[in-house]
Write a protein that binds this ligand. Structure first.
Ligand code: AMP
Length: 416
């Protein structure tokens, strides 16, 4: 029969790499807990409309990258391509605005996009992120950015660049978009066909185009920074000032726009010099229009999402602590029951314990103990069972001692 392979753009994670994932997940919980973020888990699929409304029908993600399907009742559902829209949906639907404060969430989990797979880019990939709802102060923007960058530093990822911009708000952006459209139209055929289509819809997205000629044209375009309203200008200045107090270095990038429509004011991106083409580690920004767009009240929001696979690529040298199991061996199969019971007791005490059930001789069991890198092998045979003891062999030093079962716990505490 044909071998069945994993679908393109997906990957399996198993030891030892899984240790890096667990390390990252634990670090996320512990770090963001310090800022009073709480975990939120939303479904892996949602009504497709959530994403077309929440991300923007014209974005690449919605037009080309969503895994959308009809269920047996003909509902259009979509595997989540990102998580901000779902978090906002959950906050509105469960009325968390009234009942929970502060609204600070972190999440991590799989996201799905029909992207072109390559190193660091997958179709099922994982993101972690944070979201703060209900606070429009520029200091929150700075704190979110700090918590994005400082976490990477704590993980040992130091060589990162933070780029920052403001994308304006519904009062200043429309006028800027008109100026931008004029400039884009003047480029005519120099822009690729895709970008020419973006002019009438969301011309900001021309800044994201990877075509060389479009990049060149974008350098000639007016930038939003010169068209911010007073409120956006002041907000942005305060974000920059707070980042300076917090000692967070950043570069202003007036052409940084986020691919998603709901962003307002602060936008940021963190890239790594170590990753080659797929160098974006995380991106985020303010989304003050999103909650209302999804049917909720007028509520400000800010957050970021980071690519976990790309962060794992930076943890190459991380050696997660390997378990040092105890191996319980039995001389003959008649002592198997004793071995099983001893293993149960030791596991209750918190030790990782392995028993080989295949009824093989002691020599083979010792071989297996070596294969699993056991710290100690505990042997039960006639002698030991009769005297209520166990022979404990230190697998590194090969030293063996006979320990009374009642003293075993104390002995392990000293010697494990
Ligand atoms: P976005 O939600 O597009 O702003 O992406 C946020 C982060 O998720 C990016 O900076 C990447 O690190 C990561 N990311 C986005 N798409 C993919 C993908 N297809 N495969 C792996 N990581 C991704």
């Amino acid at each position: 029969m044909n071998e069945i392979k994993a679908p393109k753009g997906t990957h399996d994670v198993f030891p030892p790499e899984i240790g890096k994932w667990q390390h990252l997940e634990n670090a996320i919980r512990s770090y963001y807990g310090r800022f009073l973020y709480q975990e939120i888990r939303t479904p892996l699929f949602e009504h497709s409309e959530l994403f077309s409304r929440g991300i923007g029908g014209e974005t690449e993600v919605v037009q080309k990258e969503m895994y959308t399907f009809s269920d047996k009742s003909d509902r259009s559902l979509t595997l989540r391509p990102e998580n901000t829209a779902a978090v906002v949906r959950a906050v509105i639907e469960n009325n968390l605005i009234e009942t929970m404060a502060p609204l600070r969430f972190y999440y991590f989990g799989p996201m799905f996009r029909y992207d072109k797979p390559q190193k660091g880019r997958y179709r099922q990939f994982h993101q972690y992120g944070i979201e703060v709802l209900g606070d429009d102060s520029p200091q929150v923007d700075a704190e979110v950015i700090f918590a994005a960058v400082d976490f990477l530093r704590e993980l040992g990822i130091a060589q990162v660049q933070l780029e920052l911009n403001s994308v304006g708000c519904p009062s200043c952006r429309p006028a800027y978009l008109e100026v931008l459209r004029q400039a884009a139209r003047a480029e005519g055929e120099r822009l690729c066909a895709d970008c020419r289509r973006k002019i009438d819809g969301n011309p900001l997205r021309i800044f994201d185009c990877k075509q060389h000629a479009c990049g060149e044209a974008a350098r000639r375009f007016p930038v939003i920074g010169d068209h911010l309203c007073a409120e956006c200008g002041e907000h942005f200045a305060a974000v920059r000032a707070t980042l300076s107090w917090m000692n967070v270095p950043f570069e202003l990038n007036p052409r940084l726009v986020r691919g998603l429509d709901y962003y307002t004011k602060t936008a940021f991106e963190v890239t790594s010099g170590q990753l080659g083409a797929q160098n974006a580690l995380l991106g985020g920004g303010r989304y003050n229009s999103l909650v209302r767009e999804l049917g909720g009240p007028d509520l400000a929001g800010i957050g970021f999402a980071a690519g976990m696979e790309r962060i794992i690529l930076h943890l190459e040298h991380l050696e997660p602590p390997a378990p040092r199991p105890l191996f319980v061996a039995y001389g003959e199969s008649q002592w198997l029951a004793h071995a099983v019971q001893l293993a149960q007791v030791l596991r209750k005490e918190g030790y990782p314990v392995y028993v080989d059930y295949q009824g093989r001789n002691l020599k083979k069991q010792f071989k297996k103990a070596d294969r699993i890198a056991a710290a100690f092998t505990l042997v039960l045979a006639a002698d030991e069972v009769e005297s209520g003891s166990v022979s404990v062999k230190n697998m590194a030093s090969q030293q063996q001692s006979k320990i009374h079962l009642k003293d075993l716990n104390e002995w392990l505490k000293k010697n494990y």
